[in-house]
Write a protein that binds this ligand. Structure first.
Ligand code: FO1
Length: 308
């Protein structure tokens, strides 16, 4: 089956890399990215959207490949001055990255929607892929910790280094999906779930009104973010035992998404214990641009095979 319209649900770092591969494998008009905004927060009076920015910078090939977030060749002179004043320096905002937060915050204050601002920023960066925030209204991920109450996501992940043990994840609102999200899913030949953290990057999207129902009518294929029991990046490997009570594995990812999935792409050797869903095993760690493109190509071919 020819895949003319593909929608990908994505978080930040792993998702951005996978989207980059998809953008090189598909005509740009064929791909819509629906990006998590549960990580968004106000910091120093700025409205920061880490996953949108990571996806945007990655697609525009201007992101810092090593860190996985922020801009390449970044300087932090503003942060150094802030530190001198004793301001909060736990969240590192690069000097050029600040332009994104300044403009987005100013536009939001003028009443522009996050979607419209995202379209403008992506256009300015020459990104042809359609990038949609999952919603235009705040929908903050809150981390229920065992010993320290409820922490906002960036507070938990960055300021506390994801150390406080987690007992639950919830959101401070349940806004409608952004304009175009349900339509994109409704028109899709295929929906892909990028190798992002299911709990804090994909579940925020699935939790929005109408999204699960829209996906139920579609073929959905996920790429496992767990490789041989470990997360490629981030706290997922400790969140799975904490939230699902099982050891981290591709099977745990497949079980988390359940009946939503038609297929799952996993690392070679991780096919064990995955039932009720088609499995494709390959090299899933994206170390290079070529890796991203190959994983995207193999995932699309696997999905096309499933769709017959
Ligand atoms: N992650 C960190 O671990 N430390 C940081 O100082 C940091 C700053 C930062 C600034 C802008 C941005 O878009 C992302 C940033 N991130 C930082 C990453 C971010 O916290 C996570 O990547 C996402 O929220 C999880 O996907």
């Amino acid at each position: 089956m020819k895949l003319e319209r593909v929608v990908a649900l994505s978080g930040g770092v792993g998702g951005g890399r996978f989207l980059d591969g998809l953008a090189r494998e598909l005509p740009s008009a064929a791909l819509t990215a629906i990006v998590n905004t549960g990580d968004d927060f106000e910091h120093l009076g700025l409205y920061v959207c880490p996953d949108l920015d990571t996806v945007m910078y990655t697609l525009a090939a201007v992101g810092d490949e090593l860190r996985g977030w922020g801009l390449a060749g970044e300087t932090f002179a503003a942060m150094a001055m802030l530190r001198q004043y004793g301001g909060p320096d736990w969240f590192h905002l690069g000097d050029r990255d600040l332009a994104t937060h300044l403009l987005r915050t100013a536009e939001l204050r003028r009443g522009e929607s996050l979607s419209a601002i995202t379209t403008r920023l992506c256009g300015a960066l020459g990104i042809a892929v359609r990038v949609l925030p999952m919603t235009d209204a705040p929908c903050r991920t809150l981390v229920e910790t065992v010993d320290e109450g409820t922490l906002t996501f960036q507070d938990w992940l960055v300021r506390r280094g994801a150390r406080p043990a987690v007992r639950g994840i919830r959101w401070d609102a349940r806004p409608p999906p952004a304009e175009g999200v349900l339509e994109a899913i409704g028109a899709a030949d295929l929906v892909l779930i990028a190798p992002s953290n299911p709990y804090v990057s994909i579940d925020p999207i699935l939790g929005l009104d109408g999204v699960r129902a829209a996906l139920a009518a579609k073929p959905v294929v996920a790429v496992s973010p767990i490789v041989h029991g470990r997360a490629v990046k981030g706290p997922l490997a400790t969140m799975i035992p904490a939230l699902a009570g099982v050891a981290p594995s591709a099977a745990a990812i497949a079980r988390h998404y359940g009946a939503l999935l038609r297929g799952i792409v996993v690392e070679r050797g991780d096919e064990r214990q995955i039932e009720g869903v088609a499995v494709y095993a390959t090299d899933t760690v994206m170390r290079s641009r070529a890796d991203r493109q190959r994983l995207a190509r193999e995932t699309l071919a696997f999905a096309a095979e499933l769709l017959g």
